[in-house]
Design a protein around this ligand. Structure first.
Ligand code: FAD
Length: 310
């Protein structure tokens, strides 16, 4: 069996595997898609000390760093279930989609998350070409331009406030007749001169010129008319979904499905730790996921040296 088995090969899982392997313990990593969300990213300009890189380049660097430590890497494998240890210090079982099982004394869950999409024509085609999901990441790319934010919940309104300080103009679109964000955020939003809010609006299409976004169409749900707005970017803020469906009923998840962790990355199950976008830790970013991954590995090591093997 493994001493530490990491599920997920994104920034969090890679950092966990490296920190665990550096302790000289038997470490494995199972990942459906090594690199994770980083693979879907173009420019990365907030990974501190690297002023500019690209997603696929960072993903390749993660993988080669992990490989350098003799970690047992199992790629293109999906974990479908976790079976907790039967007794304190016992082995935890991970069941793979193909039917095989892996055993480990400790497990680090770092399965990440995925952005909820609008599922309208043009959204996929213009992803990273004007359609964006992360204002902290891509906001500065739209300096001086006109953008839309889709979604009037807390994350949409926060994004609009954030972007208003960078871009020329923000239009926020909300499906419901009113915004759902906290009152203080709505008040802040209303005080900004370069933000418009459109409610009862259902986005129906993303338009582009073949290489970049040029606008969007939406259905005005009060009049039934379709309208078109010209803009350079669209930030979709209708939810980040953690990849934790398979863990429901096994360990404690928040109402949003995030794995509940304490300050050391410990979950509700002994010997099981978690890190990155799949957890309750706020602000979903590469540098944060890596830090949390390192922390979870150190916590797993701490567990291994304290809890005798059953
Ligand atoms: P992920 O990167 O989501 O990795 C999850 C891993 O788990 C993957 O390997 C996946 O295949 C695997 N996995 C999931 N379920 C299973 C399973 N059941 N069995 C086995 N494996 C599984 N952040 C920044 O800091 N800067 C940026 O510029 C930036 N730009 C972004 C642009 C885009 C388009 C997107 C989508 C995100 C961006 N982010 C950016 C956010 C950043 O990518 C995430 O915060 C970060 O990747 C989270 O790392 P993670 O390891 O927690 O999860």
């Amino acid at each position: 069996p493994f001493d530490v088995l990491v599920v997920g090969g994104g920034p969090a899982g890679s950092a966990s595997a490296i920190y665990a392997a550096r302790k000289g313990i038997r470490t494995g990593i199972v990942a459906e898609r090594f690199g994770g969300q980083v693979l879907d990213t173009l420019a990365i300009e907030n990974f501190i000390s690297v002023s500019h890189t690209e997603g696929p380049k960072l993903a390749a660097a993660l993988e080669s760093h992990v490989d350098g430590y003799g970690v047992d890497v199992m790629k293109a494998q999906r974990v479908e279930a976790l079976v907790p240890a039967a007794e304190p210090g016992g082995l935890i079982e991970l069941r793979l989609a193909g039917g095989a099982s892996l055993l480990a004394r400790s497990v680090i869950l770092s399965t990440g998350a995925r952005w909820r999409t609008m599922s309208v024509p043009g959204e996929d085609a213009y992803r990273n070409k004007g359609v964006a999901f992360c204002p902290h990441c891509d906001g500065p790319l739209f300096k001086g331009k006109r953008v839309a934010v889709i979604g009037g919940g807390n994350s949409g309104v926060e994004a609009a406030i954030d972007l208003a300080g960078i871009v020329a103009h923000v239009t926020l679109f909300e499906f419901d007749p009113k915004l759902r964000a906290d009152g203080v955020l709505q008040a802040k939003l209303q005080s900004l001169p370069n933000v418009d809010v459109v409610v009862s609006a259902q986005t129906t299409e993303v338009h582009g010129d073949g290489s970049r976004v040029t606008g969007l169409s939406y259905l005005d749900r009060t009049t039934g008319q379709t309208r078109r707005v010209e803009l350079d970017g669209i930030f979709v803020q209708i939810g980040l979904v953690p990849n934790t469906e398979w863990l429901k009923g096994t360990l404690a998840l928040s109402p949003r499905g995030e794995i509940e962790v304490d300050a050391k990355g410990q979950t509700s199950l002994p010997g099981v730790f978690a890190a990155g976008d799949a957890t309750t830790v706020p602000y979903k970013q590469i540098i944060i996921a890596m830090g949390e991954g390192a922390k979870a590995a150190l916590s797993a090591f701490d567990y291994l040296i304290r809890v005798p093997a059953a």
